[in-house]
Design a protein around this ligand. Structure first.
Ligand code: ARG
Length: 571
C-alpha cells in the first residue's frame, strides 16, 4: 500500500514521530494485516529496528504505548514485531466526505500518451479498442493525479500504402461501386489494388510514383489525399464520440514530413547512418537487425517518423513521461527507436516507454458483425451490444422513456465491451466472451454500472436531498459491513496511483469490482434484517447510510469514467 491512502499516510506520520527524528514516514511500510480482527493497518518495525539498533518487538511495544489515541487512531497494539492499528471510523468517513479521493502528486508534470493511432482509409476494427481504451484510461489516470496530459492520435496517414490508394483511385475511383467515397470504398480500392499487384508487378512502381508526387507536394494529389484523410477521420470521430474519447492532438505521420530532414541531419552528423543493400540504416547495440531509416528509393519510413515525433514531443511539451500504447507486436520497433534516440545523445530517451498489450480474439457468440474486410468493425460490435442489453433494461425499468432507454442501452452495451478489454492484465491476450461481458452480475462493466445505478436509485427512492455529506452523523455507522465499504473507499487514490505508475488500468478495474462487492454485501444485509436496510426508519441513521451510498456512487462514477464507461442513473 502506498501512502496515497490518507489513513496510511497519517499513520506513517504518527508512527515516525513516535519512533523519533531518525525515522521518516517514507521509511515505514503500512500494510493491511493478515487477519481483519488485528485491525485496519499494520506497521512492521524491521527497517526502523535496523536503523535504531533495537529488537523489533521492543520497538513495536514502545510505539504502541506512545501513539496518541484520538484523531485517526482508535487503538494501537503491539503483536510481535508489528504495531496493529484500528482507525477511527468517523475520522475516515469525515475525511472521505471532505476530500478528493485522489491526491495530485503529478501536478507540474507532463505526460504524452500516443494511443489509438489507426491507419486511415481503413475502418476501426475490433482490435483497435485496446489501444484506444487503455490509452484513454492512462490519460484519465494521470489527469486524476494532477498530471498535464497530452493525448495524441498518431494516425497512419503517410507512406507508400497511400501511394497505392492514390493509384487505385486514379484507375477505378470513378466506378459506381466506390460512390459515395467512404472508408468502406477506400478500403475496397486498396484491397483491389493490392490484389492486382500480385499479377502486375508494374503496379508497385505506379504506386511509388504516386507517393512521390504526394511527397513532392503536387497540389492535386495532396487534395485527393486530404479527402481520403478527412473521410477517414470523420468515421473515426463517430466511434470516439460513442466512447467518450477525445485527443488533444490529431497529429498523423504526415505531420512530421517536414521534420524529417533535421532528424536525418542529426543522424548524419553523429555518423550513425550506414548503407545496407541500397537502403539507409542505423546499427544499434545488442540488436540483430538495424533500424531502417530510408528505403532504396529514398523515402522515409515509419521509424524515421517516430524519431521525428519523439523529438517534436519533447521540444513542444517538455514531457516527463512519454507513453506509446501499441500492441506488443511492435516491441522491437519501439526498443530500436528508443535506442536510436539514446545514440543521438537524447538522455530523455529513458522517459519514453512502450506500453505493449496482448491480442484480442473475438470468441464466444457468432455475430453478424463481420465487416467487408473480414474483421469485426468496432461500431457494429457496439451496435449489437446495445441491441442485446436494451430488452433487459426495458424489462427491469418499465417506466423508462424511450430516449433514456436508448441512451442507457448504448452506455451499457459499449461499457460491457470496453470493460471486458480493460479488465485483463494488459499484456494478456483477451478472449472476448460475449455473454460474460454483458452479464449484470460477475466481473462485468454492466455489473458496476448496475451498482452505481442502484446507489442513485436508493437515494431517489428515499427522496434524499442532493448531498448529505456535510450533515451526516458519521458516528452512527458502526456496522462492520459499513466499515468495509468505507475502508475500501480510502484505497481509491492508492489504486489510481499504482495503475498510472505501472500503466496497468486493470488494477483500478479490479478495485471497482471489490468496492461494488463490499457495497452489495452491505446492501443485501437489509434483505433479512429491516434495521440494516440503507433506507431504514431511523432518520439520522438513514441519512448517514445514504451519505455513504453517495460516496460509493461518486467513487464508482469516477472510476468508471477513468476507464471509459458512463454510469447511468437508472438501469
Ligand atoms: N498506425 C500504427 C498501426 O496501426 C500505430 C502507431 C503507433 N504510434 C506510433 N507512434 N508509432 O500499427
Amino acid at each position: 500500500m502506498s501512502l496515497a491512502n490518507p489513513a496510511a499516510a497519517e499513520i506513517a506520520r504518527a508512527v515516525a514521530t513516535a519512533l523519533g527524528p531518525e525515522i521518516r514516514p517514507d521509511d515505514l511500510k503500512v500494510e493491511a494485516p493478515p487477519r481483519p480482527e488485528l485491525g485496519d493497518f499494520a506497521v512492521g518495525m524491521f527497517a526502523a529496528a535496523r536503523a535504531l539498533r533495537q529488537p523489533p518487538p521492543a520497538l513495536a511495544a514502545r510505539v504502541a504505548a506512545a501513539l496518541p489515541v484520538g484523531g485517526v487512531i482508535a487503538r494501537a497494539t503491539a503483536t510481535g514485531p508489528y504495531v496493529n492499528l484500528a482507525i477511527d471510523r468517523s475520522w475516515a468517513l469525515r475525511w472521505l466526505a471532505g476530500n478528493d479521493l485522489v491526491p495530485t502528486p503529478g501536478a507540474g508534470k507532463v505526460v504524452c500518451i500516443d494511443y489509438s493511432s489507426p491507419n486511415i482509409s481503413k475502418h476501426l476494427a475490433y482490435h483497435h479498442i485496446r489501444s484506444t481504451m487503455l490509452g484513454h484510461a492512462l490519460a484519465e489516470l494521470h489527469r486524476a493525479l494532477g498530471w498535464t496530459v497530452i493525448g495524441i492520435n498518431h494516425v497512419g496517414d503517410w507512406g507508400t500504402t497511400h501511394g497505392m490508394l492514390l493509384a487505385a483511385y486514379a484507375r477505378w475511383g470513378h466506378e459506381e461501386s466506390y460512390q459515395p467515397l467512404d472508408v468502406t470504398a477506400l478500403n475496397a480500392l486498396y484491397v483491389r489494388y493490392r490484389e492486382a499487384m500480385k499479377s502486375e508487378p508494374a503496379l508497385g512502381d505506379e504506386a511509388r510514383a504516386w507517393f512521390k508526387r504526394l511527397e513532392d507536394g503536387d497540389p492535386d494529389v495532396r487534395a485527393r489525399w486530404q479527402r481520403f484523410r478527412d473521410v477517414s477521420m470523420a468515421e473515426f470521430e463517430a466511434v470516439y464520440q460513442l466512447l467518450g474519447v477525445r485527443f488533444d492532438h490529431d497529429l498523423g505521420e504526415s505531420f512530421y514530413e517536414d521534420k524529417m530532414p533535421e532528424i536525418l541531419g542529426l543522424l548524419e552528423a553523429r555518423g550513425l547512418l550506414e548503407e545496407s543493400e541500397g537502403a539507409t540504416v542505423v546499427r544499434l547495440p545488442d540488436e540483430k537487425d538495424p533500424l531502417l531509416i530510408k528505403t532504396r528509393d529514398g523515402t522515409t519510413l515509419y521509424a524515421t517518423r517516430d524519431l521525428a515525433s519523439a523529438l517534436y514531443r519533447k521540444r513542444t511539451w517538455a514531457f516527463d513521461r512519454s507513453l506509446y500504447v501499441v500492441d506488443r507486436g511492435q516491441s522491437q520497433h519501439f526498443r530500436q527507436v528508443f535506442k536510436c534516440l539514446t545514440l543521438l545523445g537524447f538522455d530523455w530517451a529513458s522517459q519514453c516507454e512502450h506500453v505493449p498489450f496482448g491480442l484480442v480474439r473475438f470468441g464466444g457468440k457468432k455475430t453478424s458483425t463481420r465487416g467487408a474486410a473480414g474483421g469485426f468493425l468496432l461500431r457494429d460490435v457496439f451496435r449489437e451490444a446495445a441491441e442485446q442489453v436494451r430488452p433487459i433494461i426495458a424489462e427491469k425499468n418499465p417506466d423508462m422513456d424511450a430516449a433514456t432507454l436508448e441512451r442507457t442501452a448504448e452506455w451499457v452495451g459499449v461499457g460491457a465491451v470496453v470493460f471486458a478489454n480493460v479488465l485483463p492484465q494488459r499484456d494478456k491476450d483477451v478472449d472476448f466472451d460475449w455473454d460474460r461481458a454483458m452479464a449484470l452480475s460477475g466481473d462485468s462493466g454492466p455489473y458496476l454500472q448496475y451498482t452505481a445505478a442502484r446507489c442513485s436509485n436508493l437515494r431517489r427512492r428515499a427522496g434524499a436531498p442532493p448531498s448529505q455529506l456535510a450533515t451526516a452523523d458519521w458516528s452512527r455507522l458502526t456496522h462492520d459491513a459499513e466499515w468495509a465499504v468505507a475502508r475500501r473507499l480510502l484505497d481509491f487514490g492508492d489504486h489510481v496511483a499504482r495503475a498510472a505508475a505501472s500503466c496497468e488500468p486493470h488494477l483500478l478495474a479490479h478495485y471497482l469490482l471489490e468496492l461494488a462487492g463490499d457495497f452489495s454485501r452491505w446492501y443485501t444485509l437489509g434483505n433479512d434484517e429491516p434495521a440494516l436496510r440503507i433506507v431504514c426508519d431511523d432518520p439520522e441513521l438513514r441519512a448517514a447510510r445514504l451519505a455513504l451510498t453517495e460516496l460509493v456512487r461518486g467513487a464508482l462514477e469516477r472510476g468508471l469514467g477513468i476507464l471509459g464507461l458512463r454510469a447511468p442513473d437508472q438501469m
